[in-house]
Design a binder for this molecule. Structure first.
Ligand code: PMP
Length: 406
């Protein structure tokens, strides 16, 4: 039994009102709300176990270090990585990708080398590669998609050349909800001797991911999108790759010894974790992962699939509705426009009804260009959303449409 009422009680914010109406929170792709156990874990560690990690011999430092390293193990298990050496804590997906682009670019790329991306990437999986292009003269190749929002895998194959050094592709589109066949794409990349980075920002909250099955070389995600705190995320990397990559940032924690003549670095994963980590954040992230694991990722996925199908059906009935993204495998995101109502007007008026959606380009301007729109309205679902909330959204859209006479 998926006890939605009980689940909703775990998230205190869901009980609040906005503008005198019950909150309908459908902006989960941007960030998710937090269960009480995650917020409590933060307070509890500050109150009872706060000390800087790794460097201390004293009781509290050892306690905090234990919690931090246990969290790394929780992440390892959650994504089924081989070793906790493969789990690098970062500030989030964006930092994970910047780390990889910088480090990989430094270690393995020359002018004229190529990176394959897709047309549906979030800016955080485009701009770090463009910065590298500016620094090193590398070239970006882009996988196109069809009108349903599915990547063209034949075209993907054709983009490989002798100069291809990396594939960087999102697991799930934050605009279209398309679930890309990353396991198959990884196999293609490997057949060409090329590693692949998968941006898991929008998949980790919605489905079980298994690094050994997916066989991606690198995988990035953010804690705050999977019911954890802001400011903490993960870069997974296969040990054989991470071992060979040069460090990203320099500072404390990542060194073995420092002299003005020569510095040697720590082993994995510490080589990539300069400075005091967000050890409170990692404890809270582990709590969040324990929370979703206890419900079961497969049950969460089934619940959200049902909601998404229901939303596609109910919104699809509204006159003038245009839904963007109708891939065969689609995740918990519905992007739309109605008639010629501007996305910002729709979002602002829905907000007055207590319904939180996101409007605009969703940090995916090249995708907007492909769709031929400036922006969309996006409703995105989480484990705590209900069909009644989808009904409220559909009803809200109809009301707004009526105001605009469409
Ligand atoms: N990639 C995708 C697909 C995303 O949806 C997001 C967040 N909107 C990011 C990357 C960036 O995540 P963060 O801002 O947490 O670093």
């Amino acid at each position: 039994m998926y006890d939605i009422e009980q689940i909703r009680k775990d998230f205190p914010i869901l009980g609040r009102e906005v503008y005198g109406r019950p909150l309908v929170y459908l902006d989960n792709s941007a960030t998710t709300q937090k269960p009480k156990c995650v917020v409590d874990a933060i307070t509890e560690e500050y109150y009872s176990a706060n000390a800087n990690v790794h460097r201390g011999v004293h009781f509290l430092s050892q306690k905090a270090t234990e919690l931090h390293e246990q969290s790394r193990e929780t992440v390892r298990q959650f994504i089924n990585a081989r070793s906790s050496n493969e789990i690098v804590f970062t500030r989030g997906t964006t930092e994970s990708i910047n780390l990889l682009a910088t480090s990989f670019g430094e270690g393995f790329m020359q002018a004229g080398d190529e990176v394959i991306l897709s047309v549906m990437e979030h800016h955080s999986n485009i701009v770090p590669w463009q910065l590298l292009a500016m620094r090193k003269g590398i070239v970006l190749r882009v996988i196109p998609m069809n009108d349903q929002g599915e990547l063209l895998l034949d075209e993907y194959e054709r983009l490989f050349s002798k100069r291809t050094k990396m594939v960087a592709v999102t697991h799930v589109s934050n605009v279209l909800g398309t679930v890309n066949p990353v396991q198959e794409m990884a196999a293609t990349a490997h057949a060409h001797g090329v590693p692949i980075l998968v941006d898991g920002a929008q998949s980790v909250p919605h489905m079980a991911v298994d690094m050994q099955e997916m066989d991606a070389d690198f995988f990035a995600f953010s804690g705050h999108k999977v019911y954890g705190p802001t400011g903490v995320g993960v870069l997974y990397g296969k040990e054989e790759w991470l071992d060979r990559l040069p460090p990203y940032q320099g500072g404390g924690e990542m060194i073995q010894s420092v002299s003005f003549a020569k510095t040697t670095f720590q082993g994995l994963p510490f080589k990539f974790e300069a400075g005091t980590p967000d050890y409170i954040g990692t404890t809270a992230l582990a709590k969040a992962l324990d929370y979703v694991s206890a419900i079961g990722m497969d049950r969460i996925a089934a619940h959200e699939r049902e909601l998404t199908l229901y939303a596609m059906q109910e919104l699809g009935r509204i006159p003038g509705m245009r839904i963007f993204g109708e891939a065969g495998r689609k995740d918990a995101v519905v992007s739309f426009l109605v008639g010629d109502i501007h996305h910002l007007d729709m979002g602002t008026l829905l907000d007055r009804l207590g319904i939180a959606v996101r409007t605009g380009h969703h940090c995916a301007q090249p995708l907007m260009e492909r769709l031929g729109v400036e922006g969309t309205v996006r409703a995105s679902f989480a484990l705590y959303n209900t069909k009644a909330e989808v009904d409220a959204l559909a009803e809200g859209i109809r009301r707004v449409a009526k105001m605009f006479g469409s």
